[in-house]
Design a protein around this ligand. Structure first.
Ligand code: ZN
Length: 681
């Protein structure tokens, strides 16, 4: 396509979404990839391979590709259409092929290695040094150093693994969709809140049926298990859920064995002992024993609390609910009843205190108190939907430093959940000018109805703060080299630190007082409600912690100690983990591992522990503020200087120690989750 309108506008300050039309995308991508290929070829033909003649042009190509593909990828998530989806999928395949070519390019690898070993390396700044180190590491993990035969096998394994992961996920999706529970009698709905009934009625209607439809999708499954009084129906739904992808053509059990075998083989080819070591090569945790010890320690500290919670729940279920034995399908139900009994409030009670405009003002005020930044809306920016807004971020001296889009509302053709994504990276361009970072913040909250403001739940407010925390990591970066800028290259077990850190402010009176006021009366959040909210925060914290540890330990041992050809089965390992850490045993027909997509299809293999790991970091960082003052400017400046601004240019443990004066400690997380006092039991 000559004069592709999309390519012609790639250098605009912000993406021009109206030009991202499906018909322009693939031609633009093909042109860009071909140009890149030709440039790389020419670069390697040249005889000078220093930063200026190798890494900088590579950076430019990367940036150009990101400018093209980033907004396409984003649109596919927020404005899905059949045309766009098909173009997106084809584009992903082209990009994967290009990526593989790069990793397999021996000449490129050698050139970067020579740069690393040459005299120029020592003269480069920390950022550039790290870019080169990361590039070499990723080449090695991609099999670039292997002799030809092994390289071929390694490639085969990767292709096979990506196919297996996709099939695993497809089986889970198909099995989830295969189950439908139609209820025709109102009496079967006993216990379910009106909003859940309405949603089920709507689902049935879409399928042209009378009555109410319940499925295994989370928005249907979770409330059904929490509220449905009919125990037999709960058992049915639970059984279907925990046996997904466990039999017939959708059985994931053989896939798991094959995936584990191939991962193990790939790890051995790369010279590691097991896949766990491969995973840790890009993470903050040092070695396997550090991860396992960490999980054991959490289990040990959480167990006395979890035992007590289970005992209380069992007594309550027996005496108040007539449930003599507490089964897997009773636990969410009994827990929810007990929660209501103990705390007697719901998310609905809090909503009037969180109207949208106040929440945003409050969020921006928190950011201003901490980092001295000012956030102002900019109108007339190209967006993908009228509900989307754009904000500029200024530093204390009114200098623009970043920007972000906010797309807060749920709507059709938009992926569920909430996330932050990079739109534009902070980067020192080859011409010396500085490119400022821009973020996408996407949520799925209620939109305003008529002239009434949107009211958000406390959980939604926490989600917004969380994503904004990721956004700050991207926007407050001071990095100028692309591959270490913002969140790029930050280890997965540390990347949730800035986001979870921001969540803490949603639980603090001093922060809530900045914005939690009744939409109609303007009254501050009453102490009674605030106290209930705080008290309910750690309900069943011990049980939840042990569950996370169980998943994490199972995942990690599966990728380190487990051998697919050995005596022990996958189920056997899971049983052993449960023997060690679980306080509640699921029924023997529970096959949850067959739908554990995070680790078998989602990139979290030997990395599920990262969630808890990052919680330790973020809680410990927040405790530095608790020791001074939650808006302490000095502490916030230090956090910005040592951690938020450095991207992945610095070892994250060093960065943490520079901020905290010591290594991370688990105490703050235990205290925040109410697991502190009995820790030695
Ligand atoms: Zn996050």
């Amino acid at each position: 396509m000559k004069n592709n309108p999309l390519l012609q506008r790639l250098n605009a300050a912000l993406p021009l979404f109206e030009y991202i039309k499906p018909e322009y995308i693939l031609p633009a991508l093909d042109t860009t990839l071909d140009e890149n290929r030709a440039k790389i070829f020419a670069l390697l033909e040249g005889d000078k391979h220093d930063w200026l003649h190798l890494m900088q042009p590579m950076e430019e190509m990367d940036e150009h590709l990101g400018r093209l593909w980033g907004p396409v990828n984003h649109l596919n998530a927020v404005c899905d259409s059949d045309d766009l989806r098909s173009v997106h999928q084809q584009g992903l395949m082209k990009l994967a092929a290009y990526q593989t070519e790069l990793t397999q390019n021996g000449a490129l690898f050698s050139a970067i290695k020579n740069l690393y070993n040459g005299p120029e390396f020592q003269t480069l700044n920390d950022e550039r040094k790290q870019v080169i180190r990361h590039a070499l590491r990723d080449f090695r993990l991609g099999g670039a150093e292997l002799p030809p035969k092994k390289k071929e096998r390694f490639k085969e394994i990767q292709v096979r693994l990506s196919g297996l992961g996709a099939r695993f996920e497809q089986h889970v999706l198909d099995a989830t969709r295969a189950f439908e529970l139609y209820l025709e009698h109102g009496r079967d709905l006993a216990g379910l809140p009106q909003s859940i009934r309405d949603a089920a009625r709507e689902r049935a209607k879409v399928k042209g049926r009378e009555g109410w439809l319940f499925t295994l999708d989370a928005p249907s499954y979770i409330p059904f298990m929490q509220y449905a009084e009919n125990r037999d129906l709960r058992r049915q739904v639970y059984t279907a859920y925990v046996t997904r992808a466990s039999s017939g053509v959708r059985n994931n059990a053989p896939l798991i064995v094959e995936i584990l075998g191939l991962k193990q083989e790939a790890a051995l080819l790369l010279g590691y002992h097991n896949y766990g070591e491969v995973s840790l090569a890009t993470k903050m945790a040092g070695d396997s024993s550090e991860v396992v010890d960490f999980l054991h320690d959490l289990a040990r500290r959480g167990r006395p609390h979890a035992r007590q919670e289970v005992a209380e729940l069992k007594t309550f279920a027996a005496t108040e609910l007539g449930l003599e034995s507490l089964e897997g399908w009773d636990i969410p139900f009994a827990s929810e009843r007990l929660r209501q009994r103990k705390f007697n409030f719901s998310q609905e009670d809090l909503k009037p205190y969180f109207p949208e405009h106040q929440v945003l003002e409050g969020l921006f005020a928190v950011a201003k108190n901490l980092y001295g930044i000012v956030i102002r809306e900019r109108k007339k920016v190209s967006v993908w939907h009228p509900g989307v807004r754009f904000f500029d971020v200024f530093n204390g001296t009114e200098k623009p430093i970043a920007g972000f889009y906010l797309d807060p509302y749920a709507r059709p053709h938009k992926r569920g959940g909430a996330w932050m994504d990079e739109c534009i990276m902070r980067w020192r361009r080859p011409d010396g000018s500085l490119q400022l970072p821009v973020a996408y913040l996407v949520c799925n909250f209620d939109a305003p109805l008529g002239d009434k403001p949107a009211l958000w739940t406390h959980e939604e407010v926490i989600t917004l703060f969380h994503e904004f925390g990721h956004g700050l990591h991207h926007m407050l970066t001071q990095m100028e080299a692309l591959d270490v800028s913002g969140i790029r290259g930050v280890p997965w077990d540390a990347v949730e630190l800035p986001s979870q850190f921001m969540e803490n402010f949603c639980w603090e009176r001093k922060a809530l007082d900045l914005f939690a006021r009744h939409a109609e009366t303007g009254e501050k959040l009453p102490d009674v409600l605030f106290d209930k909210m705080r008290a309910a925060k750690n309900f069943h914290s011990g049980m939840r912690t042990l569950r996370q540890v169980e998943f994490s330990l199972f995942d990690f041992l599966l990728h380190t100690e487990f051998s697919p050809d050995g005596e022990q089965s996958v189920e056997g390992l899971l049983d052993a983990v449960r023997d060690e850490v679980a306080v509640l045993r699921p029924p023997s027909f529970n096959q949850f591992q067959n739908s554990f997509s995070h680790i078998f299809a989602g990139g979290y293999a030997a990395g599920y522990y990262a969630y808890k790991w990052a919680e330790v970091l973020s809680a410990d960082v927040f405790s530095a503020f608790e020791e001074t003052e939650i808006f302490d400017y000095e502490t916030a400046s230090s956090l910005k200087r040592e951690i938020l601004s450095v991207g992945s240019s610095r070892d994250i443990m060093d960065a943490f120690i520079a901020f905290r004066g010591r290594k991370p400690a688990v105490d703050a997380l235990l205290r925040h989750s109410g697991l502190g006092s009995q820790a030695t039991a």
